[in-house]
Design a protein around this ligand. Structure first.
Ligand code: SF4
Ligand code: SF4
Length: 493
């Protein structure tokens, strides 16, 4: 039995929700792979169950599932030179964007409001500003309130690690099976350049003494999480000339202690943020420097390359922020949870993902069969669902893929200003987009006008919409085969 083609819009639009329910309830399945998943062969099934709907722990899941952060725990027990607590936590957010701080009761109402309206929601995270383990009572109260009503939501925290070991048992009891620790060093001398002080055991420590304590506590926390089977992601802020070279050592240490993922993020530094690094002119790495380091780390702890350094109150798919739709003043005091949208979405997505997995594996085989040693960098305009489904002029972020003999890999994203506003494109904006796309060979989008297409071509970037609404990997494999292999270029995806 054949299922109708489903666009991402139809999955998430409230107007077509009845259609979505009908599809979800329909018997049978069109996909040869329905019910299958993208579980890598080498991955343990229990681990796959934990990550398969988590947009940060599974690159594939980030096309389908959303996270939200609630800023309930603003107190912090350390000072990082890249943070100014007037702003969001630099570990997990864009500094300079102030969060709405919430009480645990307000957070519960907000999570329910989002879950009722955003069917992709799968994860609730507490990720700054402040430290979720130090401000523990608020973290715990929030998780207990939410988990008692939305039982299948995944709970996630981000911490600097200093107070983590004190709460690992409670985290395990609350079924928190994803924890992020920000670890920027394993050498206290380097740590002293990043952390001016910590507050531990009722007193302030500074310099190398502070960094040594922090390092020991981070390693202890990581080992305790690993022992309990809690998946740990390590965030490291890449700070040129301070810890950039050293992060290979960090990668080695965390891999040995069971970290599941290592996420190297660029330092965001601007004098306007008022941070120590911002005010002293410490620069962040370029996109190329970050990629070069990430490439060097391949083969160590598995890398996360799709992080968006989200706000501490972000809502939605990675790369989008729907936070403004859910400010606390817009949410009723009496709100109750309605699971129907999330349940229907999951059923439909399970089928769509099965088809995507098959298409992706065929695409990777095509690229490998081309037998070329060359690579292609492709920037894709997408709203999610693993498809090329965003207009060039509407996108604010391109997802970047590399096709090479190793296959097709997601390697990052490039943020851009929206080109088309009010039906017209702005030349200055196009110039900045072309600059942001430096090094990209091909742009894939659902639609593009002749003017931006021609200007991109002048800059050596080919842009095309013939693969619009098809799977990303399928289009990339056709292009790669046409460029370097023997297969003719397909007219459509
Ligand atoms: S741990 Fe987070 S909130 Fe605390 S100082 Fe560092 S970046 Fe800021
Ligand atoms: S900051 Fe990175 S790891 Fe955290 S929610 Fe955003 S994408 Fe995921």
């Amino acid at each position: 039995m054949s299922l109708p083609t489903i666009s991402l819009e139809s999955l998430v639009s409230s107007k077509s929700f009845d259609k979505l329910l009908t599809i979800a309830k329909s018997a049978g399945c069109a996909s040869s792979s329905c019910g299958s998943s993208a579980k890598p062969d080498e991955m343990d099934s229990a681990v796959w169950e934990k990550i398969k709907d988590h947009p940060c722990y599974s690159e594939e899941a980030h096309h389908y599932f959303a996270r939200m952060h609630v800023a309930v725990a603003p107190a912090c027990n350390i000072q990082c030179n890249y943070c100014n607590r007037k702003y969001d936590c630099a570990n997990e957010s864009r500094p300079g964007v102030v969060s709405e701080k919430l009480t645990p009761d307000q957070a519960r109402r907000k999570v329910i409001a989002v879950a009722n309206e955003v069917p992709q929601l799968s994860v609730l995270g507490i990720a700054g500003p402040g430290d979720a383990c130090y401000d523990w009572k608020k973290t715990k109260a929030t998780f207990e309130r939410v988990a008692s009503e939305i039982r299948d939501i995944k709970l996630c925290i981000s911490t600097n690690g200093l107070a983590l070991a004190d709460h690992v048992a409670e985290l395990a009891d609350m079924n928190v099976d994803h924890v992020t620790i920000t670890i920027n060093m394993v050498d206290p001398e380097i740590g002293a350049k990043i952390y001016p002080w910590i507050f531990y055991n009722h007193r302030r420590h500074t310099g190398i003494d502070a960094a040594r304590i922090l390092h020991k506590r981070q390693m202890l926390g990581l080992e305790m999480l690993t022992a309990r089977g809690i998946l740990t992601k390590i965030n490291s802020v890449m700070i040129p000339s301070v810890n950039d070279e050293h992060l290979t050592e960090v990668n080695k240490w965390v891999k040995e202690r069971g970290a599941f993922l290592h996420n190297v993020m660029p330092l965001i530094s601007d004098p306007a943020h008022g941070t120590h690094f911002g005010l002293t002119g410490q620069r962040g790495p370029t996109a190329l420097e970050l990629k070069t380091l990430q490439d060097r780390l391949e083969g160590g702890a598995k890398l996360m390359r799709h992080c968006r350094q989200c706000r501490a109150d972000a809502v939605g798919l990675l790369g989008e922020d729907r936070g403004k739709e859910f400010t606390i003043d817009q949410i009723s005091d009496e709100i109750t949870y309605d699971a129907s949208k999330r349940e229907a979405y999951r059923e439909v997505v399970a089928r769509e993902r099965g088809d995507h997995v098959v298409a992706k594996s065929e695409a990777v085989a095509t690229v490998k069969a081309a037998g070329s040693s060359k690579s292609l960098l492709i920037a894709v305009a997408t709203k999610g669902g693993g498809r090329i489904n965003e207009h060039f002029g509407h996108t604010t972020e391109f997802q970047v893929y590399e096709a090479s003999q190793r296959g097709i890999s997601f390697i990052g994203h490039r943020k851009v200003e929206q080109y088309c506003l009010g039906g017209r494109g702005a030349d200055a904006t196009l110039d900045s987009i072309i600059a942001a796309l430096k090094g990209i060979d091909i742009v894939l989008c659902a639609k593009i006008g002749d003017c931006p297409k021609d200007q991109l071509a002048e800059a050596g970037i080919r842009a095309m919409d013939v693969y619009g609404y098809g799977y990303i990997e399928t289009a990339i494999s056709a292009l790669y085969a046409a460029e370097f292999g023997s297969e003719p270029l397909a007219a459509t995806a």
